[in-house]
Design a protein around this ligand. Structure first.
Ligand code: PRP
Ligand code: URA
Length: 209
């Protein structure tokens, strides 16, 4: 079974508490999503392999380390995953970005696919899928299945708030995928929203409600 990392870093917890607040407006919400994504990405990339390099400093040769030429791709699940992209690209600006469009049918809460565009060499890349919310897990499960069907073998999932139901579903279907989340909340309500959660992440990022 892959790892589940639930962040306890004080800065992440502080920012998350403001993010959850119903009085936090779109501008601040967007900035916080991006900042939390940067902090989480720092940890999610901890196992990137290094290679030895010799660097000539003004004082002489330093035997140093650099990230090996391993390729990384970020894949946001549209829409809300887009809010995390600036934040992760702050740390890995050369990464490629794919997009998967899924929305939850409001009646059934089942994911409906409407877009998929991934880097052509996705099978050679380590892939980090980003979406602020893991509720039933349906969207993350389907997005990761789509990515694996294109040949990717090394996939991680990064969300800001997870529900126990979504975590379980994702682990059952994709036991090889490491999961990073800033908080594990209590449960899903009858409309499959995370409680206490933060409401509808897409609407809060884009100001659509
Ligand atoms: C939200 C969220 C996830 C999904 C999580 O997206 O960003 O993609 O719901 O729910 P699940 O785990 O039950 O699948 P939504 O469908 O609201 O679409 P949006 O991002 O376009 O608003
Ligand atoms: N999607 C959201 O944006 N919020 C939830 O609580 C559940 C799914």
């Amino acid at each position: 079974m892959a790892n589940v990392v639930i962040f306890d870093h004080p800065l992440i917890q502080h920012k998350l508490s403001i993010l959850r607040d119903e009085n936090t407006g779109t501008k601040e919400f967007r900035a916080l999503i991006s900042e939390i994504a940067t902090l989480m990405c720092y940890e999610a990339t901890r196992d990137l392999p290094l290679t030895d390099v010799d660097v000539k400093t003004p004082m002489g040769i330093c035997h140093a380390k650099q990230v090996k030429g391993r390729k990384l791709a970020f894949v946001p699940i549209l829409r809300a995953g887009l809010g995390m992209i600036d934040g992760v690209l702050n740390l890995v600006p050369a990464a490629k970005v794919g997009h998967i469009g899924l929305y939850r049918d409001p009646e059934t809460a089942q994911p409906v696919e409407y877009y998929c565009k991934l880097p052509a060499d996705i099978e050679e890349r380590e892939v980090i899928v980003v979406d602020p919310m893991l509720a039933t897990g349906g969207s993350a499960v389907d997005a990761i299945t789509m990515i694996k069907n294109k040949g990717a073998a090394n996939v991680k999932f990064m969300c800001i708030i997870a529900a126990p139901e979504g975590l379980k579903a994702l682990q059952e279907v994709h036991p090889d995928v490491d999961i990073y989340c800033a908080a594990l909340d209590d449960y899903l309500n009858e409309h499959k929203y995370i409680i206490p959660g933060l409401g509808d992440a897409g609407d809060r990022i884009f100001g659509t409600k």
